[in-house]
Design a protein around this ligand. Sequence first.
Ligand SMILES: [Zn+2]
Ligand SMILES: [Zn+2]
Length: 340
Amino acid sequence: MATRRLPVYLLLDCSESMAGKPLENVETGVQTLLAALQRDPHALESVYLSIITFDAKARVAVPLEDLSQIRAPKLSIRPGTAMGAALKLVQESISRDVRRASPTQKGDFRPLIFILTDGQPTDEWEAAARDLKNMKHHPANVYAIGCGEEVDFSTMLQIADVSVHLKSMSTESLAGLFLWLSASVQSQSVALVPDGPLSLEKSPLKKGMELIGPSNVPQFQHDSVLYFHVRCRDALGHYLMRYRFVPETRFYEALDATPLPEDFFSDGAMKSPPVDASKLYGAPKCPFCQSQGWGKCGFCGHLFCLDHDRPARSLTCPHCQTSLTIDDDGASFTVDGSQG
Ligand SMILES: [Zn+2]
Ligand SMILES: [Zn+2]
């Protein structure tokens, strides 16, 4: 008779809001998690793991398979947070891959689903979340880990059985999160009754993690961070520029700029409604040429880096190659944001 397996699904948000260090930390975290589980004889015997990533689309990065076979996938960011599509992929895999009990064999253990996200779903997630909850033959335990300050926990509470807030996405706190994840999976793989819900007492939360329920949903402000795509005029590289809303000043202040991977636009970047540029304060440095500022092409509407201290009288748009002259009259205009 085949051994009962413990299916574990890791759903990773790879949207723009994870750009830079957070995504690197998640990548390292997945490597740590795999290494810890692969050293553990109990886990090696029972755990089958699948990794699903989501941005504008959801993808199966690692199909449900034997722990010993799995290598940590390379993650890259793209716009969008298609959490509904990711939940649907999990549901498909559970129906297809998880063994049900029959008179001749015990079925697999109750699947564990961990969703790691730092934003709000940008697709239709309600039906997928409901369908996942209503899988009669394969009830699963769903854990949502919301990272950072942009998480919509009212949504998380509807999707997950247990919601946890990881306040910071620093290297240290993400490392703690992945230690907690491996401890949770390990304790579940040795538990005497691994069919029930995961017991948090067995794997206490690490520093910086907080259990969220209906009574302590953290404040969340929609669009508190704005995202823009900019292209360097010198190096022609693309980068993501972020502005954060400051309630005291009612302005969006420049936060940072992170280079985007070459394949970032291959799935089509999505646009959010235009933003009034007069609400944006300051500018992050271009990560390629260090220009302190940016401008907008009057022809194609795209953004490029621009040194405001040493303004050029004429320049070429790196997107549409149109020769432009800069007007300094400070006229107000709108810029197209991205979805984050
Ligand atoms: Zn530049
Ligand atoms: Zn242009």
